[in-house]
Design a protein around this ligand. Sequence first.
Ligand code: APR
Ligand code: PHB
Length: 394
Amino acid sequence: MQSTQVAIIGAGPSGLLLGQLLSRAGIHNVILEQRSDEHVLARVRAGILEQGTVDLLEEAGVADRLHQEGLVHDGIYIAFNGERQHIALSSLTGGRSVTVYGQTEITRDLMAARAAAGLSTHYEAAGVALHDFESGGKPWVSYLRNGKPEVLHCDYIAGCDGFHGVSRHSIAPDAFKTFERTYPFGWLGVLADTPPVAPELVYAQHPRGFALCSMRSRTRSRCYIQCCLTDSLNQWSDELFWAELRMRLDPVSAAALQPAVALEKSIAPLRSFVAEPMRFGRLFLAGDAAHIVPPTGAKGLNLAASDVRYLAQGLIEHYREHSSIALNHYSARALQRVWRAERFSWAMTRLLHSFPDQGSFDHRLQQAELDYLFSSTAAQTSLAENYVGLALDA
Ligand code: APR
Ligand code: PHB
């Protein structure tokens, strides 16, 4: 039988970052992860970090490689109607920028820091089950390790186990409300060793559908095109993908596109989802376990980081100062930020995609909105301040 102060379910960015912040504050924690460490590191995810996320990674002591290898971007491009408009993120927001650094690399850095500190992560923990978190007593977690039953006693449980995790599903259905929107398309993503088409990200709206040219480095691109939810990967050869992407870009970006062999190719659906509240007795949800945003605004990882920041602050205050004020405010504080990011991610998705059910009136409105964005500094400032991240404590 083991015991810890905080049992963390899930070793994605949320769980690993929370573990790191707590450990640095002297709070004992154990992470239970259902997959292997290799599996966790093989997942390709987005990688646009707000300044607040970079600051938090610094506070966690895991930002050295990020500062060496991350690319600081002061703007993005929006392409529409054969033109691309630069949105000067930094000059519109008093000097704030975003950093391009893959989520996989953050996960790798956090795993290395945890291993170096000799902290416990039980990978391949099967059948994780959460007990007694709403009983008023101390909670505990049961799981199988190498097929043998184990029990972990704790003061608190942090559910950092993603959208499909066990934590949210352990809560009585009448104890929370969910809010959800699904979208009638997906994103087909390709990772390839080819230089980015522009020094900064290009988001494109086109009658054939949305496209995005992102990057992982100056020699590696991550590109996406809107696709049908029914599409399968074997319908999309590399040649077809690059040809379709090229058609959706503005001429300047299209001319710079150099097709290359796909290192990874995947299709992901888009979803907006929020579960409220984010606290249930001694169980706290953080990251994708509590909310999902469509990737158009690049907010998923940044929201996970801000949840973790608030939760770590609450737990540290509780153990150090015996005050539960911040813990009691965790859910409301996190949800305020979540809804702002939900709104922005939904608005970016609506602005830049082709909706199959869109009538001609809606289509004209979308074009008018892009036209307004291209010509109005006020509209660009609004996009920029959301993209770089609204102030954490707002
Ligand atoms: N038991 C233990 N671990 C589990 C369980 C379970 N029953 N279910 C899921 N997990 C693990 C998953 O294997 C995964 O490693 O929880 C982890 C959750 O990680 P993520 O899905 O990456 O979620 P999170 O850490 O909140 O990160 C949010 O990921 O999806 C992106 O856009 C999102 O960038 C954001 C970030
Ligand atoms: C990515 O680099 O994978 C990426 C960038 C920006 C987004 C989504 C994904 O909005």
